[in-house]
Write a protein that binds this ligand. Structure first.
Ligand SMILES: [Zn+2]
Ligand SMILES: [Zn+2]
Length: 388
């Protein structure tokens, strides 16, 4: 393990920032105190600070030397609506909110890298430290891009990192091409004709529609997708009916679709619409489909993935870097930045063993032992990419 000396010297501080942020979680677009904390720290390191992109977003600018070369490093600020059960001394002080995805650690590591680089100053160019709001569900990264992130802060590449408790501490992973899936949602409303349940012949039963639709939607992946392509169709909500003896008028189904490939995404949306229309026709009722594309797939560029692997190898050793991990169908708001700029997203091993709670679990807590590794990765990447 090659922890950068300037980072090693800062570890107690980085850990205390992480614990402070962890005890004060804020959710999407409400990260005011976290954003102010980050801006204060960046200013104290001597960086130029630009606050306000996407509301609570912060960009810290560190220039050194004469080169016009610039890269961006990105962390996320937001917590989740989860009631924390970790029992740690720095547990959430906010009822029902929790840093259960480790964004507290991501923010602390990027602050640590900024502090270390501000001391080290052994690079030639500009580093943009990007702290984005609302990674979970609400697309704060997308908003930053729409509000001119890359026009205001021109950079040739952007890099992201996420802790990964399913991988052991001291390992890292990334790959060229898709690493995380696209995230779409759908809502299907079937409208039949309500009736007395003892006289079904006088109604049109939307329950029957739901039963057939849930099964038939599973045939999309099983029967329409090429066997070597990937996709997930999950119906996750069924709403309909209030009592024993009434056939309801309406049933609502909701769910999510995950894909890596835009062609597969198009195919799944088209088949959902066809299946829903077909089943509705079969049962002589109406049905609507609302299909919304939320996050695109997280697709790493080839050259930047090579750069990320080189930096990761320098920190954790080449043998501990997996350059072809199995992609994950979870999704990542960083995808919007990668759609706009070449770059690379990496997973930082954070597992303490097979029983480590995964992200989004109420018992999860970011692994502090990953802090010096992640911060060293950032510092090393800058040193390699903006070589003095
Ligand atoms: Zn998350
Ligand atoms: Zn996350």
């Amino acid at each position: 393990m090659n922890v950068v000396p300037e980072v090693a010297a800062l570890v107690p501080e980085i850990r205390s920032w992480r614990h402070h942020i962890h005890s004060h979680p804020e959710t999407a677009f409400e990260e005011k105190a976290t954003s102010a904390f980050v801006a204060d720290k960046l200013r104290s390191f001597g960086l130029d600070v630009h606050a306000g992109l996407a509301g609570t977003g912060v960009v810290g600018v560190l220039k050194n030397g004469r080169s016009n070369a610039a890269i961006g490093l990105r962390a996320d600020l937001d917590a989740l609506h989860i009631h924390e059960k970790s029992g740690v001394s720095h547990a959430s002080k906010v009822e029902g909110k929790m840093h259960a995805c480790g964004h507290d650690g991501h923010t602390a590591m990027l602050l640590g890298a900024a502090a270390a680089l501000a001391r080290k100053r052994d690079f030639d160019g500009t580093v943009y430290f990007i702290f984005q709001p609302a990674e979970e569900n609400e697309g704060g990264g997308k908003v930053m891009v729409e509000q001119g992130l890359f026009e205001r802060f021109p950079m040739r590449a952007v890099y992201g990192m996420h802790n990964w408790p399913l991988m052991p501490l001291g390992t890292m992973a990334t790959r060229v091409g898709p690493l995380m899936g696209a995230f779409d949602i759908f809502e299907i409303i079937a409208t039949g004709k309500g009736a007395h349940a003892a006289m079904p012949n006088t109604g049109k039963d939307p329950m029957l529609f739901a039963a057939h639709a849930i099964s038939a939607l599973q045939t999309i992946v099983a029967r329409n997708l090429h066997p070597l392509e990937s996709g997930v169709v999950s119906v996750t909500q069924v709403h309909g009916g209030d009592t024993w003896n009434v056939i309801p008028q309406e049933v609502v189904l909701r769910g999510t679709v995950r894909t890596f490939d835009a062609g597969v995404q198009d195919l799944i949306e088209r088949r959902i619409r066809t299946i829903v229309a077909g089943i509705a026709a079969m049962f002589e009722m109406g049905a609507t489909v609302r299909y919304e594309r939320r996050y695109p797939a997280t697709i790493n560029a080839e050259a930047e993935t090579g750069h990320a692997i080189a930096a990761a190898s320098a920190v954790v050793g080449a043998a501990n870097v997996d350059a072809d991990p199995t992609p994950n169908m979870g999704s990542e708001d960083f995808a919007f930045m990668l759609n706009a700029k070449p770059g690379c997203y990496v997973w930082l091993g954070a597992g303490r063993g097979p029983d480590t709670p995964n992200v989004h679990n109420p018992y999860y807590d970011f692994n502090d032992d990953a802090l010096p590794i992640g911060a060293s990765y950032w510092v090393t990447l800058v040193g390699q990419q903006l070589r003095a």
